[in-house]
Design a protein around this ligand. Structure first.
Ligand code: ADP
Length: 393
């Protein structure tokens, strides 16, 4: 009896052992499977987070404003390319304080102030740069969490440099125009008052005064015409009528329009443009360019001198035209500035000659709208040569 029981007990123990081992193997496999699934989930979560961050960064980088996101301790969490460009940053500034990253006391003060009173802050910052000062408008605001507590800060920098430059140009232009209008007007008023006060009774004096009044009235007319032309060109209201323009013929028309002015100064005008040259241009505007250049060459050239209009083909499939005089020329330092609005080498001479200071600015505009370039070559005392290019037809 006993041996049979022992065998039975041993058998039962064996079965239990095998069953237990099998159980353990199954639960181990299940745990490993669970771990694998968990690792996969974590990997998917990290990938989704990295994707979200990359999307956030791409969004930030597409902004033209410089953006800086700080964490609750005032350290940089995110920065976009526009901000890196504005401040000339090269390395990774994440994890640094604003002072460490930008090296600007004002920026750090702004951060401290924003964190302290929790209000949106705004101020203007001037940054010295290689190409002159940059003006930035900096705005900052705290970022609040769902519990209403400060989680960090966002700083946005808007580059105002171009706007300020435009504003300065506009202000300068208005000041120049007012000055240019006021001068002839006060002259006209002065002469009229003198005439009323008795000069009208002396026919000789009255005629002289009336001629002077006429000269200043003409100057006002030219100025207003040039101002209107410039404003139409700048606002893009002038639609160019590009066509094949036979250059010799265009130059001939300009020279005949200026014949009497040249004769008054005994200036000889010569058209040396080859007969076969043609440009892809708006003939009327081109005539205006040539008129202004030849008119200047007569005005500022020497009495009894000569003005030559010539042309050649360059290696860029362009026609290069020039107006050359044998007058006093233009000093080197003024050669790039003569194309600026109201810039004159000799103010008194220009006004005396009825100049508005806008002729060459108009020339530059028209030539550029043809895709060409304009420049002057001059050696003082040896005349001036104004050159410009046009696409060949
Ligand atoms: P303005 O109405 O005064 O002639 P422009 O814009 O046509 O204005 O010319 C600007 C300045 O450039 C002139 O005031 C003059 O000082 C100078 N300038 C232009 N053309 C010549 C030239 N051919 N020779 C010498 N100086 C010139």
């Amino acid at each position: 009896m006993w041996p049979a029981l022992t065998i039975l007990a041993l058998l039962a123990a064996g079965i239990c052992f095998v069953a237990l081992r099998r159980c353990r193997q199954v639960s181990e496999a299940a745990r490993e499977q669970q771990q694998r699934e968990f690792a996969l989930l974590r990997q998917q979560h990290e990938q989704a987070r990295a994707h979200e961050l990359a999307q956030q960064q791409a969004l930030f980088n597409s902004m033209s404003e410089g953006v800086l996101v700080l964490d609750g301790e005032g350290r940089v969490r995110l920065v976009n390319q526009a901000l890196e460009r504005l401040f000339g940053l090269t390395g990774d500034i994440r994890g640094r304080t604003v002072m460490e990253a930008l090296r600007l006391h004002q920026a750090q003060e702004l951060v401290n102030r924003t964190l302290l009173d929790g209000q949106v802050q705004e101020f203007e910052l001037d940054l010295p740069g290689l190409d002159g000062n940059r003006s930035l408008q900096v705005n900052s605001a705290v970022v609040l969490g769902p519990d209403g507590r400060q989680q960090g800060m966002i700083v946005v920098c808007h580059d105002l440099t171009r706007l300020k430059q435009l504003e300065n140009t506009r202000r300068e232009f208005v000041a120049n125009v007012s000055h240019e209008l006021r001068t002839p007007l006060s002259m006209i008023k002065g002469y009229v008052e003198t005439l009323i006060d008795g000069a009208k009774d002396n026919p000789e004096v009255a005629t002289k005064f009336l001629q002077t009044i006429e000269k200043h009235a003409d100057r006002l007319t030219y100025l207003i015409e040039d101002l209107l032309t410039i404003s139409r060109l700048e606002s893009g209201q002038v639609l160019m009528n590009f066509q094949r323009a036979e250059l010799h013929g265009v130059v001939d028309r300009v020279l005949s329009d200026l014949e009497s002015r040249a004769a008054a100064k005994q200036v000889t005008l010569r058209n040396e443009v080859p007969a076969e040259f043609a440009a892809h241009a708006d003939a009327e505007r081109l005539q205006q360019v040539l008129f202004n250049l030849v008119d200047n060459a007569i005005k500022y050239g020497r009495t009894g001198g000569s003005v030559v209009i010539g042309a050649r083909r360059n290696d860029k499939k362009q026609i290069e035209l020039w107006a050359r005089d044998d007058g006093p020329g233009i000093p080197l330092e003024a050669q790039t500035r003569v194309f600026e609005r109201f810039y004159r080498v000799d103010k008194a001479r220009s006004r005396d000659a009825g100049g508005t200071g806008l002729g060459l600015a108009i020339v530059k505009h028209i030539v550029q709208s043809h895709g060409g370039e304009v420049w002057v070559e001059s050696e003082p005392g040896k005349g001036a040569m104004f050159c410009f290019t046009l696409p060949e037809a």
